[in-house]
Write a protein that binds this ligand. Structure first.
Ligand SMILES: [Zn+2]
Ligand SMILES: [Zn+2]
Length: 199
């Protein structure tokens, strides 16, 4: 789905575009449906978008079902019960439960509507926050559309991709493999080994 978004940004084939849906919630629902249709095989995606796509069937089986979702809801609720010091803090519980979905939808919506551009591209991608304190580097969506395979989304001196630091740590611990490790915003050096592949 994400590769389709890159190949057809803002066009009718874009699986999540604010320019294809009537509002934020409609886009969220459209995203959910296009994701689900690909997952269950109702939408057949062209082979060229599937090259090197990691297939983790065992992981999907565990992660993609209602029991697991309910376990997560239970874990979040237990954490609130343990740590909350006032009743109103529970207002944030539904938001915490849906955070992944909300974060994805906010980026997909906002980053194709409002923000600044480092690169003039043939699509509407924007960087939504100059200092990304909310989205761990995903706010730099215009940078990401320009360099989709670059693990560090930050380009300008004031931009900061926190997720890239985590990736570097995971790379050092040999949990993930990176084809390139960028010495922060500059030259590229090639590295060899580890275990999982990232784009
Ligand atoms: Zn995009
Ligand atoms: Zn991407």
């Amino acid at each position: 789905m994400h590769r389709l978004h890159h190949a057809h940004t803002d066009e009718v084939e874009d699986p999540h575009s604010p320019h294809n849906s009537d509002g934020f919630w409609a886009m969220m629902l459209d995203t959910r449906n296009s994701y689900r249709n690909i997952f269950i095989g109702k939408t057949i995606v062209d082979d060229k978008y599937r090259v090197n796509l990691p297939e983790w069937k065992a992981f999907d089986k565990i992660a993609h079902n209602w029991i697991t979702r309910l376990v997560w809801v239970g874990i979040y609720t237990a954490l609130y019960i343990h740590f909350a010091t006032a009743w109103w803090q529970y207002i944030f519980l539904p938001f915490t439960i849906a955070l992944g979905t909300v974060q994805g939808a906010v980026v997909n919506w906002w980053a194709h509507k409002f923000g600044y551009e480092n690169y003039k591209l043939s699509n509407t991608s924007k960087n939504i926050l100059p200092v990304d304190v909310l989205f761990w580097g995903e706010a730099y969506h215009n940078n990401h559309h320009k360099h989709p395979a670059r693990p560090d989304n930050a380009v300008k001196w004031f931009e900061f991709d926190a997720a890239y630091f985590v990736m570097r740590g995971m790379y050092k611990l040999r949990i993930i493999e990176m084809k390139k490790i960028l010495p922060l915003r500059s030259a590229i050096s090639i590295v060899k080994k580890p275990i999982l592949k990232t784009m």
